[in-house]
Design a protein around this ligand. Structure first.
Ligand code: P6P
Length: 347
């Protein structure tokens, strides 16, 4: 018997980890895995199908929706609707919550927040993109689930994960008992355990930030960037700068190799760009479970109050020691001071 373990087998094996699960969360994770395989099939042939290019519509963020965005959103919502374990979906692609009111779903115990195709601007140039999902237990006990059921702190998540559609397709998730990665084997159409018990190195030599926004960064961020660029063999600097422009791809690389990913406040994005509910919180849960750190520059991401569905947050996430070093620059220089003098280079 090969030591191959599929996602489905793994989920069932770990089902006893959940005090209250009667298999519901397991079925929900399986439903997400099925939708991921369907989306993967289309992503892999995007260049061949008439799903490239812009669908013409725009999402809540005012971003032009690529056809694959719309397709992926529909696939995940459809899988959750028919799976019967989810009563409400919050998606980056939809302005409002989506209540699943079918008989099979309306009393379900779980809420799913999702970025169905993150990094979609990279679709047409064949660069890795991803899906990010976050799972909560419903808090309301009567009637239909409401927005309040979504606006829970990240620390309340019962599971979170991502799919990266890259050189291979992987699904990485946590239920609060560590992080495990599964690689899709197209020959059998199954996600197979390939990265058990993933841990992010406490230190790294990769910093990931869009330096095109440098002039708009707070002083402390500018100082940290210059710190990364200083020659200092004792601390393996200068670090390497790597920025893909797909959060999932940048964080997946850093989870495996070590590194820090930063999307800070900028003058044009005073609350940061990335969304708390379906990007920052799920990725923070995963990275913390892998031994890393995720803050908004000072406060733990998972403890942040969630007040709006599409709320944005700055994020400093990755190898714990690198995030802490960046926070030190923010603490001393201030993380909301813009357009100041060039930072003093410090070793
Ligand atoms: P910028 C993709 O649009 C995304 O939401 C994340 O996946 C990515 O990390 C970030 O935005 C890139 O933003 O402003 O650097 O292009």
């Amino acid at each position: 018997m090969s030591n191959l373990k599929t996602l489905g087998q793994f989920i069932i094996e770990k089902q006893s980890d959940f005090p209250y699960s009667k298999g519901e969360l397991s079925r929900l994770l399986r439903d997400i895995g099925i939708a991921a395989k369907i989306v993967n099939r289309e992503v892999n042939k995007a260049g061949l199908m008439d799903i490239l290019g812009e669908s013409g519509s725009t999402n809540i963020q005012g971003e032009t929706q690529q056809k694959l965005d719309v397709y992926a959103n529909e696939q995940f919502i459809s899988a959750l609707r028919s799976g019967g374990e989810c009563c409400l979906v919050a998606s980056e692609e939809n302005e409002d919550i989506i209540r699943l009111e079918e008989e099979v779903s309306k009393d379900a115990n779980y809420i799913v927040a999702i970025d169905p195709l993150d990094g979609s601007s990279n679709i047409d140039v064949n660069v890795a993109i991803g899906t990010i999902f976050s799972i909560y237990r419903r808090k309301s006990t009567t009637g239909l689930a409401t927005l309040k059921d979504v606006l829970q702190k990240g620390v309340e998540q019962v599971a979170a994960g991502y799919v990266i559609y890259g050189s291979s397709t992987m699904l990485v998730y946590t239920t609060g008992k560590g992080v495990n990665g599964f690689t899709l084997d197209p020959s059998i159409g199954e996600f197979c355990l390939s990265h058990p018990n993933m841990k992010i190195p406490q230190d790294g030599v990769i910093y990931s930030i869009n330096e095109g926004n440098y002039v708009h960064f707070p002083k402390g961020v500018k100082q940290y960037i210059k710190y990364c660029q200083v020659e200092d063999k004792a601390t393996n600097r200068p670090y390497a700068s790597r920025y893909i422009g797909s959060m999932v791809a940048d964080l997946h690389r850093n989870l495996i190799k070590g590194g820090v990913f930063i999307y800070p406040v900028t003058f044009s994005a005073p609350n940061g760009k990335l969304r708390l509910v379906y990007e920052c919180n799920p990725m923070a849960f995963i990275i913390e479970q892998a031994g890393g750190r995720a803050t908004d520059g000072s406060r733990r991401i998972l403890d942040l109050e969630v007040t709006e569905l599409h709320q944005r947050s700055p994020i400093f996430i990755g190898s714990a020691n690198m995030v802490k070093r960046a926070e030190e620059f923010l603490a001393t220089a201030g993380n909301l001071t813009f357009h100041d003098a060039e930072p003093v280079l410090t070793a």
